[in-house]
Design a protein around this ligand. Structure first.
Ligand SMILES: Nc1ncnc2c1ncn2[C@@H]1O[C@H](COP(=O)(O)OP(=O)(O)O)[C@@H](O)[C@H]1O
Ligand SMILES: [Mg+2]
Length: 285
């Protein structure tokens, strides 16, 4: 008999490394099955990229993981808690698909949009002025992270798509989330903003240790930045390493020939003041 020599009280056991656990998940919309018996784990600090053809279930998967949809079978845990029982969602951030399409006259400033999301559980017990000050500081802290502090007083509708997207990233960050879910955050923004978005996400992951779960069609970029890939399709989520994404895998996935060399992603301005080279891998990890 093989004995497990790990001591029962070892510190290794006390720090769960899994932040997301999916077990035997099955889900259908009415009669249409989308997932059948899928299981996978995401560890703390992972950058998980979800790719797959249109209609293969990427957004559905995100909504299941966040408890917006209820699976017919299976279990989903975030940070050790079943999503059905989570009361405090502040450790989780979510950027839905197509969140930014504000009219220029939408009556809210950048500061207000971010401030609205602050989870102020202790607000009632603080003096009003002190609470106001604390909120403003927090808002400016996160706007600085996304380099939008200069725009705090601007109306959200007056900003470009890429800038609006950064404000929504800041909005997610005000509650210090441990894990963030993003559904196609770069769709509809120009190439320069797209690159800035990937640099920002890399920083959140590498420097703040935030776990990232992201749906994207941007294969070149996700191959460089993610450390784990999930491919939706055939009622399954196939988990692979980024290196396993090849022209053949992609052609299979999208049903037409794809040349990865043409989609090569290079972060020109990422970490430009440091020695980290993002071109050939995940930078500082
Ligand atoms: N609320 C819904 N009711 C019924 N079917 C839906 C609903 N939402 C999505 N679907 C269907 O489920 C499939 C997966 O959708 P979705 O998760 O949005 O795909 P993706 O994000 O990969 O494009 C599609 O065939 C879509 O038409
Ligand atoms: Mg979708």
């Amino acid at each position: 008999m093989i004995m497990d020599k790990t001591p029962v009280n070892s510190t290794k056991d006390k720090t769960p490394t899994k932040i997301l656990e999916v077990r035997n998940l099955s889900f259908s919309y009415a009669e249409v099955p989308i997932f059948e018996n899928i299981s996978f784990d995401i560890s703390k600090g992972d950058y998980f990229g979800i790719i797959g053809s249109n209609g293969s279930g990427k957004s559905t998967l995100i909504k299941l993981l966040l408890g917006f949809l209820t699976p017919q079978r299976g279990e989903i845990k975030i940070n050790g808690f079943d999503v059905k029982d989570i009361g405090d969602w502040s450790i989780v951030g979510y950027l839905p698909q197509n969140v930014t399409s504000f009219n220029v006259s939408f009556p809210a400033t950048v500061e207000e949009i971010v401030s609205m999301n602050i989870n102020s559980k202790h607000g009632l017990f603080r003096r009003f002025k002190e609470e106001q000050k604390r909120r403003r500081e927090k808002v400016y802290d996160v706007l600085k992270i996304v380099e939008m502090e200069k725009y705090a007083n601007r109306l959200i509708g007056n900003l470009s798509g890429g800038q609006q997207q950064r404000v929504f990233i800041a909005r997610m960050l005000v509650n210090n989330p441990k894990i963030i879910f993003l559904d196609e955050p770069t769709s509809g923004i120009d190439a320069k903003s797209e690159e800035a978005m990937y640099c920002l996400l890399a920083r959140l992951n590498e420097e703040l240790g935030i776990t990232i779960i992201m749906v994207t069609h941007d294969i070149g970029a996700i191959k460089v930045h993610a450390n784990k890939i999930g491919i939706t399709g055939n009622k399954n989520v196939r988990i692979i390493d980024p290196e396993e994404i090849t022209d053949e895998v992609l052609s299979d996935l999208y049903g037409y020939k794809i040349n990865l060399n043409l989609r090569k992603h290079i972060c020109v301005n990422c970490y430009n003041n440091s020695n980290n080279n993002m071109e050939n891998g995940r930078g500082i990890k």
